[in-house]
Design a binder for this molecule. Structure first.
Ligand code: ZN
Length: 329
């Protein structure tokens, strides 16, 4: 997931204080979620990229055990030349043998190329290609794909607590235009905000049946474990789903996710060190659980003290195999 931000008007640091079902916390972003929630995050569809990204300066002491792992993985520009496998949990792990999603396909285009985050486990690439092929049949012209993972996965310098193991992808809530976007457009155009100003529902001027159909198609893919959307989007999906509701079970309200939806696929069978996402309760999640997101305390939280920046995990905090992924040619 990206940008686990509070509603636009609300300081996100308060968000962690609200009572969430334990499965929502543990499953969404791992044990360190509360800590990660406090970290300011940028890198979503509305954050611009650049055509001339500056390479990061080398680290003075890369071998220092205190070095945040994001500083190491954030400097890797190519995948580890190893057999593809996912190591660890979505918010605490890394990725060997990553594959890049081609930046153009018949019905998809990758956005924000300067971030070099269009990498994933081959199962994620296959899922995205499958969903993109299905998209036109749902009335959605094609996918604009945002962040996936870094070339070797791992924690990122900006934007995400998860997306670390090559099994997460952000898909813009903006249909692909009927032409190839320029490099500059891919850095600069904004994704579409679909949540209404009062945060209580989707914006009826923007929301369409094709949005529902696309998210439904993603959720019905057997490889998909979880989809994160803004609570207002979940509310709209609950309303519009009709009698076919089983897929709603995979759709989890979360902060942010109002310009994009986040798809998380299951652990690949080739990856014994992958830690699975635990399932949600068996219902459609359209009842009390959803109501909680629209309480005054969640919609308009009282401001708390400023959040301190956190360095995130060090290499010793990640699965041991991630060191080999980092050091591999
Ligand atoms: Zn995401």
């Amino acid at each position: 997931m990206t940008r686990m931000t509070a509603p636009r008007s609300a300081p996100r640091r308060r968000m962690a204080r609200f009572a969430l079902a334990p499965w929502a916390i543990a499953r969404c972003a791992g044990a360190s979620l509360l800590a990660q929630l406090l970290v300011p995050a940028i890198a979503s569809g509305q954050d611009k990229g650049t055509l001339n990204p500056h390479p990061l300066p080398p680290l003075a002491k890369p071998d220092d055990p205190a070095t945040p792992a994001k500083e190491l993985f954030g400097r890797k520009t190519a995948p580890a030349n190893l057999q593809a496998r996912t190591i660890g949990f979505y918010s605490k792990g890394c990725l060997a043998g990553a594959t890049a999603l081609p930046i153009n396909g018949p019905t998809w285009q990758v956005m924000r190329l300067s971030r070099n985050r269009n990498w994933g486990h081959p199962n994620l690439i296959a899922f995205l290609e499958r969903l993109a092929a299905q998209a036109p049949k749902t009335g959605w012209h094609g996918l604009l794909v945002g962040d996936m993972s870094q070339p070797r996965g791992g924690p990122m310098l900006t934007g995400h607590a998860s997306h670390q193991v090559g099994l997460d992808a952000d898909i813009w809530l903006t249909p692909m235009p009927n032409r190839e976007l320029t490099r500059q457009e891919r850095e600069e155009i904004s994704a579409t905000m679909v949540v209404a100003e009062d945060r209580r529902d989707v914006d009826p001027q923007v929301w369409t049946p094709a949005h529902v159909a696309l998210i439904r198609a993603a959720a019905k893919d057997p490889q998909v474990a979880r989809i994160f959307v803004n609570a207002a989007i979940k509310k709209a999906l609950c309303r519009d789903a009709g009698s076919d509701r089983h897929w709603l079970n995979k759709v989890q309200p979360w902060w942010g996710h109002d310009y994009h939806f986040h798809v998380r696929i299951v652990c690949p069978t080739d990856s014994p060190e992958c830690t699975p996402q635990q399932p949600r309760p068996a219902d459609d999640g359209c009842g009390e659980e959803l109501d909680h997101w629209f309480t005054e305390a969640v919609l308009h939280p009282k401001p708390g003290p400023p959040a301190k920046p956190r360095p995130g995990p060090r290499m010793a905090d990640l699965p041991a195999a991630c060191r080999q992924v980092l050091l591999a040619p």
